[in-house]
Design a protein around this ligand. Structure first.
Ligand code: COI
Length: 354
């Protein structure tokens, strides 16, 4: 498939103060789009001005949420723009696509189109410390049809947004609310897919938690509400008596690329024993009471590595690591972000420099 480029006739002003970007508010001048029709495959690949879409109010995505997305970042470095494991995002997108009855994309082609888009938009990659250009690939069913069935027409697009920290509090430890009423995913459901509906279903608990002053919800398993699964936009790790524990990839949590990288860094660079195992929230509390709970942090593309300073479960509050960022959390953060920003050598083949 050929890639057509249509340049924007006027360019927007770039952000004046890169320290105040926030997350996901601003978008660059161009986007990538391509279309799919059953029997025809993907076609009409284009880099074109960022603008609103026009679609039928009957479009199936608007009714039944047949939509998936990805999130990755481009980092400014002295030697060019760095991407972190971008191929893994498109591989994961195809896993989500299969679960949601959507067509797979040609990962190599889409990666090339992303390179082209970033070449055109490279001046949008912010340079201030901790900032990056967030990349949001998205796919949705656009058939103008109200029957409940998998779409036959799809739109895939990539938009770019210069961002700072995901949380308003930046790198300060966050407080999380352990949700004991609602659940995010169940066995056999869509928890492992990056499907829009998973996030819609999480909003009510998130809103309640926000009103109570918490940054995020920590989800427990959908069956017993006993085992820790993941946080709203992050996977979660517990350092207990020197060992790092995180929930296993058993179909209900997102297979995070940052999660996978942190497991490798902790094991191979810092010699920490890492276990992907079920962990009961009651055990986390008991370990905290007996002094065994040393650090808690979340991982995600948007959130990077985010220390957790406090948790509340069934009205019981605990403070983790004196509410400060733990030592291992700090080392993992410095190493991961160092690789992303090109100041720490990448021995794992994770970085692609454009
Ligand atoms: C990401 O980390 O890129 C995510 O997908 C989280 C997002 C929902 C903000």
């Amino acid at each position: 498939m050929k890639l057509e480029v249509v340049a924007a006739s006027a360019l927007k002003q770039k952000p004046q103060d890169e320290t105040k970007l926030g997350f996901g508010n601003l978008f660059t001048d161009h986007m990538f789009t391509m279309q799919y029709e059953e029997g025809k495959g993907w076609f009409d690949a284009k880099i074109r001005p960022f603008e609103n879409f026009s679609m039928s109010p009957a479009s199936s995505v608007l009714h039944y949420s047949q939509t998936i997305f990805e999130g990755l970042k481009a980092y400014h470095t002295d030697k060019g723009i760095n991407l972190f494991r971008p191929w893994d995002n498109f591989t994961r997108m195809n896993v989500s696509a299969k679960r949601m009855c959507m067509p797979e994309i040609d990962e190599e082609f889409v990666l090339k189109c992303l390179d082209e888009l970033l070449e055109i938009e490279k001046d949008w990659v912010p340079k201030a410390p901790g900032t990056s250009l967030y990349i949001r690939p998205t796919m949705m069913a656009i058939d103008p049809f109200l029957g409940v069935s998998a779409g036959k027409q799809y739109l895939f697009y990539i938009i770019l947004s210069p961002v700072g920290a995901y949380y308003e509090s930046g790198l300060s430890p966050i407080d999380i609310y352990v949700e004991d009423e609602y659940v995010r995913a169940v066995d056999g459901g869509t928890g492992f897919a990056k499907a829009g509906g998973n996030y819609a279903a999480s909003l009510l608990a998130g809103e309640i938690a926000h009103k109570k002053g918490f940054a995020q919800v920590l989800w427990l398993d959908g069956k017993e509400k006993k085992y820790v699964e993941e946080v709203g936009s992050m996977n979660i790790f517990f350092k207990i008596r020197g060992e790092l524990i995180t929930a296993p990839l058993a179909g209900t949590i997102l297979p995070g690329i940052t999660r996978d990288s942190v497991i490798t860094l902790a094991r191979d660079v810092f010699g920490v024993n890492v276990r992907e195992a079920k962990i009961a929230i009651s055990d986390v509390y008991e370990e905290n009471a007996s002094g065994g709970l040393e650090e808690v942090f979340g991982t995600g593309t948007a959130a990077v590595i985010s220390p957790v300073g406090g948790m509340t479960w069934e009205n019981k509050d605990i403070v983790v690591a004196d509410g400060r960022m733990g030592e291992l959390t700090h080392k993992l953060y410095d190493t991961l972000t160092g690789m992303q920003y090109g100041t720490v050598k990448d021995d794992f083949g994770w970085i692609k420099t454009l």
